[in-house]
Design a protein around this ligand. Structure first.
Ligand SMILES: [Zn+2]
Length: 270
């Protein structure tokens, strides 16, 4: 089983209301699915990092179940971007394709040959979840497979697409799924919603996750950080699964179940 972009697109067939928010530099669409037409907008996102592709499928698994939970649909307008970084996931799964110009540039600039089991960034070598305008720091001088924040905040297509979607729908709740660690993060520099910590504790308790405060490089420049800074509403980063990325697809069943529990518990906390 290859969890690459072609497989991802095949998983979207059953969703009626989906659209592309734009194309990446490698011409992959960043898709958004909408379910329900309620007054309260909610935004769910996943797969910011190349090695974390299973989070896209855990979120899609939840969306398939959520389609049947009609009682939510007239209260909530649910928007989901299950794969924020298709270019990075392509590199992490399929490696470098010498026929692709961007890939040849990466090889030339970074001198890395085998990118599989290593790649977290987008095809420019920018780490999307360090590129948001929230205490941004470039974290290094040049593109890399991980943790390079870019030339300036919001320099990347993927980052802009999420920021614009936030501006358009103004979510009451924002979730970003990553792997791994079975942890939930809720804070950003003391700017978080005052009820966010208690809500995170209640959500975590339902699935045996731990509430944690990220430190070091994980503590800024992320999508959740930007959302908290700009909108002061509840936002959570969820680290699904456990072990070392890329996680074994044996974990996907549990990751999907935890995504369901966490999304529904978080919606109930709005
Ligand atoms: Zn991540």
């Amino acid at each position: 089983m290859k969890y690459d972009f072609d497989y991802f697109c095949s998983q979207l067939d059953e969703f009626e209301n989906k659209l592309s928010l734009g194309k990446t530099i490698m011409k992959n669409d960043i898709y958004c699915i909408k379910i329900g037409n309620g007054e309260t907008p909610v935004l769910l996102t996943a797969a910011y990092h190349g090695l974390e592709y299973l989070t896209a499928y855990a979120l899609i698994g939840f969306l398939k179940k959520y389609m049947t939970l009609k009682e939510y649909h007239d209260k909530i307008s649910l928007y989901a971007v299950p794969m924020v970084n298709p270019d990075g996931i392509d590199i992490a799964i399929n490696g470098i394709n010498p026929k692709k110009l961007m890939h040849r540039i990466l090889v030339k600039n970074l001198g890395i040959i085998d990118y599989t089991k290593l790649w977290q960034s987008n095809a420019f070598g920018v780490d999307i979840n360090h590129n948001f305008d929230a205490e941004w720091n470039s974290l290094g001088k040049e593109p890399s497979y991980t943790k390079y924040g870019g030339e300036y905040p919001c320099s990347e297509i993927e980052t802009n697409i999420i920021v614009k979607l936030m501006e358009k729908i103004k979510p009451e709740l924002f979730l970003a799924f990553h792997s791994q660690g079975k942890e939930i993060y809720y804070d950003f520099n003391g700017m978080e919603n005052k009820s966010a910590e208690a809500a995170a504790e209640r959500i975590a308790e339902k699935c045996g996750y731990t509430v944690a405060k990220p430190t070091g490089t994980a503590a800024f420049g992320g999508a959740k950080d930007f959302f908290i800074k700009k909108y002061h509403k509840k936002a959570f980063t969820v680290e699904l699964g456990e072990g070392k990325n890329p996680l074994s697809d044996f974990q996907l069943y549990d990751m999907t179940r935890d995504t369901e529990t966490i999304c529904l518990a978080a919606i109930d906390e709005i």
